[in-house]
Write a protein that binds this ligand. Structure first.
Ligand SMILES: *Cc1c(COP(=O)(O)O)cnc(C)c1O
Length: 698
């Protein structure tokens, strides 16, 4: 009996530590445990267990005991390195206390719907690398009852915004408790003359935790319960309340759990109210005499990462709305209305009632700032120069740490196995440029090409499942899927914000049709991505692509419901990853990095991370690294360059085959992409850079 209870508990523990998602033994165990159940998206073991009687769980656990033990052994070995020989230990433990990483979204896995897109995936990958590297680290975010919008494409090709409630009992989280066996932690957040109660949940991510706050709690008024209903879903009032919950509730939760961070990392401005709450605490604990001293105390341990290269994109609140919510806080801090508002303004702001800008608050009260790619650093220094009058633009103290992605989550395990075979002394932890990476060139071409084809087939079967589900929903016959693994396949998946120019490819249709006719072989284009429900131009881009999909019959497809699962399949399964934002609007972009480490060739504008990644032979650069006088001129030049590259570089390289049918030139580029880009654009490198340059500089 006890042994049974113990086994049930072990299953529960394994299902609620997201480390299973990136240890090879994780998917292996869960698919042995429940092949049919685990195959269903969102591949969530916690939900599988919740739907299964204990006897059934025990029966299946016994039947898959070998796989269970391998996962447990591997996980135990992983956890036991903490404090001994993780990267952080080996570099002398520069962090004495934890990094508290605040973010409005965290994208860890498709089974935990607390993300919308790039910002969240970045936070998720940062958290996973913090665990892998052994950093003392805790993430703080919000738990949304309905997550982010789910996208369905209706019969007219329009995005329908679908929301449904998640059952928290089936998510890979648990109640956070201040005492083992005690009640679930609750914290109180004051906003204006209201007090909002928040429950705290914990998601375990290997060696670190993510704390998630939820206001859908008994005792809160209905509109308070809806604060955390949707990610980026509400009006300005909901938004400011979410940000207060994130910052103040997050800090309260850390205090209640006895966590004393050494560094507070604000991932974007959404959590910037944190600096005010910390100042309030410093005053109430007598660590500072006045607000100026309290803020400057906090500045030393606060760091801010900006992701928004256009000023209009920064999070702002109307002065009146802000004052309504922060008046009690201002009073405790001894700040007048004008003084509080000034914290959200440029130093030289003329209009005392101008909207309160969260980025300004972060600049006023953080000690270190960074953008997310070298070019974005330049753009940010120009944008923020006004904040540092008298400082030459290139000396404006905004650095950059180029983003990366968590290789164990994004790189195909079969490729990793092939690489470990040619370079047994684990190439993975070698920095870029290390000669061990040359082993990539020893990969067998035929084997590599078979692997590529298998990944393509896996992608196509996922697309087929989604298209079949859509057809059923629209009462249409199942689609005839004519996707072929022999065809050059180009992927474009990202948020449908207009600056990403999803329709650039089609801006000169006669030219495109001409090149398709002359091409040495066929091409198919796969598009995916959501537009924010309030972004009407973005939504009409989706409709335009779905209309073009009809015109190009099967050569162009739009796949609904872009999420982590589809992102993973696309960045492993296509041949080319197309990225054509209007330079320099893409702060970094990360999906191209996922593609690159899977040998998917980037065909990209020299924006975001790509100027640092492109070396002339590991992909292609669209257009020039220059400034144009009008957007129309820029779009025309970039479209012409894209068409030219497709016709004269991409197509011929792909369709030039040797006697064995292998595109040797293409495969050389694939290998170069893997060898040169995997180490440089991994989130391990990114988090190491944060430790050395941002968390513990000097
Ligand atoms: C990687 C990823 C993103 C980020 O893509 P960008 O290249 O930054 O546009 C967004 N959504 C999903 C689901 C992803 O996997």
């Amino acid at each position: 009996m006890n042994a049974d209870l113990d086994l049930l508990k072990r299953l529960e523990v394994l299902s609620r530590d997201l480390v299973w998602t990136w240890l090879e033994e994780g998917p292996a165990f869960w698919s042995a445990f429940s092949p049919e159940g685990f195959a269903q998206p969102p591949h969530n073991p916690a939900a599988l267990l919740a739907a299964m009687a204990p006897e059934e769980q025990l029966r299946r656990a016994h039947a898959s005991m070998a796989a269970l033990l391998s996962l447990e052994t591997r996980r135990a070995a992983y956890l036991s390195k903490m404090g001994l020989d993780t990267w952080h230990d080996l570099v002398g433990r520069p962090l004495r206390g934890p990094v508290a990483y605040f973010s409005a979204e965290f994208g860890l896995h498709e089974s935990l719907p607390t993300y919308s897109g790039g910002l969240g995936i970045l936070a998720g990958d940062h958290t996973k690398s913090a665990s892998d590297l052994g950093l003392p680290f805790v993430g703080i975010g919000l738990l949304y009852r309905q997550g982010y919008v789910r996208q369905e494409i209706d019969a007219k090709g329009q995005q329908q915004n679908v929301y449904e409630d998640f059952d928290f009992a089936t998510l890979p989280i648990s109640p956070a408790r201040a005492l083992d066996g005690g009640p679930q932690l609750e914290v109180l957040v004051e906003m204006g003359d209201e007090t909002v109660k928040c429950r705290v949940f914990r998601a375990v991510v290997g060696r670190v935790s993510l704390l998630l706050l939820d206001t859908d709690v008994e005792g809160n008024a209905p509109e308070q319960r809806r604060i955390t209903q949707r990610l980026y879903g509400g009006d300005h009032q909901t938004r400011i309340r979410q940000e207060l919950v994130l910052a103040i509730g997050g800090l309260q939760a850390l205090c209640a759990l006895g966590i004393e961070p050494q560094v507070f990392h604000l991932n974007e401005g959404h959590s910037a109210f944190l600096v005010l709450e910390r100042a309030r605490m410093a005053l109430s604990e007598g660590r500072a005499r006045d607000v100026a001293e309290a803020l400057s105390l906090g500045r030393r341990s606060s760091v801010f990462t900006t992701h928004t290269p256009v000023e209009a994109g920064h999070d702002r609140f109307d002065a009146e709305l802000l004052w309504r919510h922060l008046r009690p806080m201002a009073e405790v801090l001894g700040l007048s209305r004008a003084a509080l508002l000034a914290l959200g303004h440029w130093h030289d702001e003329r209009d005392a009632e101008a909207p309160f800008n969260m980025t300004m608050l972060a600049l006023h009260a953080c000690g270190r700032y960074n953008g997310v790619a070298a070019l974005h650093g330049v753009v940010s220094r120009e944008m923020f120069a006004r904040f540092f009058p008298g400082t030459p633009v290139d000396e404006v103290p905004v650095r950059h740490v180029t983003n990366g992605v968590h290789a164990p989550s994004w790189q195909c395990p079969e490729l990793v196995a092939m690489l470990e075979h040619v370079a047994p002394e684990t190439f993975r932890n070698r920095p870029a440029g290390d000669p061990s990476w040359n082993a990539v060139y020893d990969l067998d071409d035929a084997e590599l090409w078979h692997w590529r084809t298998r990944n393509k087939a896996a992608l196509f079967s996922l697309i087929k499942a989604r298209e079949t589900a859509r057809a059923a929903r629209l009462s249409r016959p199942p689609p005839h899927l004519e996707l072929s693994t022999d065809v050059l396949t180009i992927g474009f998946a990202r948020r449908f914000a207009t600056y990403k120019r999803a329709t650039l490819l089609f801006s000169d249709l006669p030219r495109l049709e001409g090149l398709l006719e002359r091409a040495p072989g066929p091409i198919q284009f796969l598009f995916a991505g959501k537009a924010h429900p309030a972004d009407h131009p973005g939504q009409s881009f989706i409709q335009e692509v779905t209309r073009l999909a009809e015109r190009f019959e099967g050569r162009v497809r739009f796949i609904e419901g872009y999420d982590i699962e589809l992102g993973r399949a696309l960045t492993r399964g296509v041949d080319v990853w197309l990225n054509n934002p209007r330079r320099p609007m893409e702060a970094s972009g990360t999906s191209g990095m996922k593609a690159a480490m899977n040998g998917v060739l980037n065909l990209s504008i020299l924006d975001g991370w790509w100027p640092e990644g492109f070396d002339g032979e590991n992909g292609w650069a669209i257009g020039e690294a220059r400034v144009y006088s009008t957007e129309a001129e820029q779009d025309a030049a970039d479209a012409a360059s894209l068409h030219h590259l497709l016709e004269h570089a991409v197509l011929p390289t792909y369709y030039t085959r040797d006697a064995l049918g292998l595109p040797r030139g293409w495969m050389k580029m694939m290998k170069r992409s893997i060898a040169t880009l995997t180490p440089r654009f991994s989130s391990d490198r990114q988090v190491q850079d944060y430790v050395h340059h941002i968390y513990c500089p000097g």
